[in-house]
Design a protein around this ligand. Structure first.
Ligand code: PLP
Length: 437
């Protein structure tokens, strides 16, 4: 076998389009820890961007994948039915509203978004889609067109998909001159205006929204915003799509983000935490809507792969058996209140917000540093000390906390101690890490 040090030189053969936030050469992972090839341990509070919700390599998921691999790896969905997919459908149906009873599986989040666009257009016969400012829906041409979290995701890829219109999202911290309720009303007003001036309801197939903005900055909308969208969609015959690719599977302390708002979508998009790292995603809708999707008009080779479905079934069992929703609520509450008390000592923290373990800490410019530079320096300081955190937001000015739902208070405290040191060092000795930023 080629010695590992020789393999590592191959990293230069990987496309530079991957930005690489760390240079960690990971060898293995367990729960919230990653281990590099030299045996150094890192606390991973990214969960691989909200994927390892039950922790990396949960032993029960590993066993389920191994057992399934012995039996069947690939059962092509247009050729055969297989047990893991049928069982997964049964399991998901038990935790979803009865209106969401029909499933289509894909491999990545973007592919699920792309499928939803196709279903919405096909089923309604209408061309246009409304998405919301700051949303992130993926990298394929359709999903990218719906994405307005940052220009880097869209630049130099024009022409984008036609038929997409962008409405404002109630990002309260950006519009501090309005109360969250006023802002929510203003956004709804603008949306109504858009339906009168750019795309009439007769031309609008669907609206797509993340119940909590992910890449856009971990922003929770005011309470009634999603309910108002639901009302408009129902009145005007427009489909409402919730992209729960990041908010799903316990991330917000409920199985799905929409549960916080008591609003149900017509189409639900799932991925990431669904299968603990196996590539599985999908969309769920009512069978009456799905009946309009003509057989053969959409598909894919790998969608609903047997290993991925087996991993997903076990993931759902673990979430239940280990009471992980409860833990996400409790530990999320602890994390938010600890970060809020840090914000009293550090004026560069503008806002701490979130639901469950989807927690954002937004920075503001201080006398010497920009908000983006503060967040980046803090991220890098934490990484040096063995804590992996990611940023999000238009200027990467929000540190996002995405620990696994299994996280303990001790683990959170360990990470918070590093974060607090980072805040102190970066705001008092800003020359620190200048060479890296
Ligand atoms: C809300 C949301 N939608 C869609 C996607 C795209 O998923 P993928 O990267 O698996 O294509 C992501 C990925 O981060 C996401 O967070």
């Amino acid at each position: 076998m080629t010695p590992y040090r020789d393999l590592i030189s191959n990293k230069h053969k990987l496309s530079p389009v991957w930005p690489h936030f760390t240079q960690i050469e990971v060898e293995k992972a367990s729960n919230c820890y990653l281990y590099d090839t030299k045996g150094r341990e890192y606390i991973d509070f990214t969960s691989g961007i909200g994927v390892a919700n039950i922790g990396h390599n949960h032993p029960r998921v590993v066993t389920a994948i191994q057992a399934q691999a012995e039996k069947l790896i690939h059962g092509q969905a247009t050729i055969v039915y297989h047990q893991p997919m049928l069982k997964l459908v049964e399991k998901l149906a038990r935790v979803l509203p009865t209106s969401l009873d029909n499933f289509f599986f894909t491999n990545s989040g973007s592919e699920a978004v792309e499928s939803a666009i196709k279903l919405a257009r096909h089923a309604t016969g209408k061309p246009n889609i409304i998405a919301f400012q700051g949303g992130y829906h993926g990298r394929t041409v359709g999903a990218m067109t719906l994405t307005t979290a940052k220009t880097i995701y869209r630049s130099n890829y024009q022409p984008l998909m036609p038929g997409v219109h962008i409405a404002p999202f109630p990002y309260s911290f950006r519009y501090k001159n309005m109360s969250p309720e006023m802002l929510s009303k203003w956004c709804i007003h603008e949306l109504q205006h858009l339906l009168k001036t750019q795309t009439s309801p007769e031309e609008t197939a669907a609206m797509i929204i993340e119940p909590v903005l992910g890449e856009g900055g971990y922003v929770v909308p005011p309470k009634h915003f999603l309910a108002n969208l639901r009302e408009i969609c129902s009145q005007k015959g427009i489909l409402l799509i919730f992209d729960e690719i990041q908010t799903g599977f316990g991330r917000t302390g409920e199985l799905f983000g929409y549960e916080h708002f008591n609003v149900k979508p017509d189409i639900l998009l799932i991925a990431k935490g669904l299968a603990s790292g196996m590539p599985l995603s999908g969309l769920v809708a009512n069978h009456k809507l799905m009946e309009h999707w003509k057989a053969g008009s959409h598909g894919g080779t790998y969608g609903g792969n047997a290993l991925a479905c087996a991993a997903s079934i076990e993931t759902l069992r673990v979430i239940h058996d280990e009471s992980l929703l409860d833990n996400a609520r409790k530990s999320g509450h602890h994390l938010i209140s600890r970060l809020q008390s840090l914000s009293e000592d550090y004026s560069c923290i503008g806002e701490v917000r979130g639901l469950g373990l989807m927690v954002g800490c937004e920075f503001i410019d201080d006398k010497k540093l920009t908000r983006s530079s503060i967040a980046t320096k803090i991220r890098k300081y934490c990484l040096d000390k063995g804590l992996i955190l990611l940023t999000c937001g238009t200027e990467d000015h929000v540190i996002r906390w995405v620990p696994p739902l299994t996280v303990t208070i001790d683990q959170l405290e360990q990470a918070l101690a590093i974060f607090e040191d980072a805040l102190f060092e970066v705001t008092n000795r800003e020359e620190l890490y200048d060479s890296h930023s």
